[in-house]
Design a protein around this ligand. Sequence first.
Ligand SMILES: O=c1nc2n(C[C@H](O)[C@H](O)[C@H](O)CO)c3cc(O)ccc3cc-2c(=O)[nH]1
Ligand SMILES: C[C@H]1O[C@@H](n2cnc3c(N)ncnc32)[C@H](O)[C@@H]1O
Ligand code: MET
Ligand code: SF4
Length: 328
Amino acid sequence: MNIITYSPAYTIVPTYECFNLCTYCNFRTDPGKSPWLRVAAAANILKQLQTQNVCEILILSGEVHPQSSRRSAWFQQIYDLCKLALTMGFLPHTNAGPLSFEEMQKLKQVNVSMGLMLEQLTPELLKTVHKHAPSKLPAIRLQQLEWAGELQIPFTTGLLLGIGETENNWWETLEAIANFHQRYHHIQEVILQPHSPGNQQSFDAPPFDPNQLPEVICKARQILPSDITIQIPPNLVKDQQLLLACIEAGARDLGGIGPKDEVNPDYPHIQEQELREILQPAGWELVPRLPVYPQFDSWLLEELQLAVKRWRKLTPNPSLCQGKGSRN
Ligand SMILES: O=c1nc2n(C[C@H](O)[C@H](O)[C@H](O)CO)c3cc(O)ccc3cc-2c(=O)[nH]1
Ligand SMILES: C[C@H]1O[C@@H](n2cnc3c(N)ncnc32)[C@H](O)[C@@H]1O
Ligand code: MET
Ligand code: SF4
């Protein structure tokens, strides 16, 4: 049977506050306007998850300005939450926006993988959706890909589709990812994320036309090296036939699935059983995976390798354990 993977995940949000104002965002609040998640409160949440088949803790955060006096407390908070999740038996994956080299180096010690979307590399968007979002400077995002490679951090990146870019911009952004991967071999997956309007955003544009997705996936499959998996979010690709068309086109992973999509709260995740029922008649088996792909296990620090080994024993799946079969 052909395999489609997903990661049983729960999202922890250190803070919704963000100094950027991406106009498509439905996540952020203004700086100082929402309390940070306390480690004790996170411990209570995680305790309840210990019996619920959750492996990945996705740490997804709004950002404090790199030059702000609150930056180090913000960073420490994220580090502490990762450490807590790890200690409680989960595998953390952090996406907290651009980090300094030293911050990345520290988070490598408490994450099995990390991520940052490139969105789109075209500078044109700095005049529109990213006009007040300094973190979305293409050069800053590319630098993160390079540092993740230098530090041997298994990395997730991707494109946000339908925010005012051109088709050529898609191929340019995908080619940039392919180039970094050829240098460092560190990209585990690329998310092709259709812009999906929510009720908080100010960007007044239609959703990305889902019928275009299979074509983008197909071309992405040609541009990206074959050891990078293409991920699509099933809650943003509503139509069942379209989801299958995306898979036929080359998508092989459905990302982190949990009780709430914090980025797109207006689009509830389709739960595992329902996904299984869509996929199985078409010949696809839905299989859970860890937030780190097997070919990267040896890059992890010893403590993390041990945690990963425990999970691989718990979910024995020969095709995934050997690092093959999850992406063909
Ligand atoms: O539920 C979501 N998970 C998101 N994830 C989670 C992701 O699916 C998993 O954490 C990875 O596949 C690792 O297992 C992201 C991870 C990244 O590194 C970068 C961007 C995203 C975006 C989302 C998202 O919009 N919604
Ligand atoms: C965490 C990631 O979520 C994506 N993201 C942010 N806002 C939206 C939206 N309205 N629709 C789809 N994806 C979004 C961005 O690509 C960001 O980097
Ligand atoms: C909702 S976005 C969360 C991650 C980070 N702020 C980014 O945009 O990259
Ligand atoms: S998308 Fe990320 S960087 Fe942009 S405003 Fe939202 S939380 Fe901040």
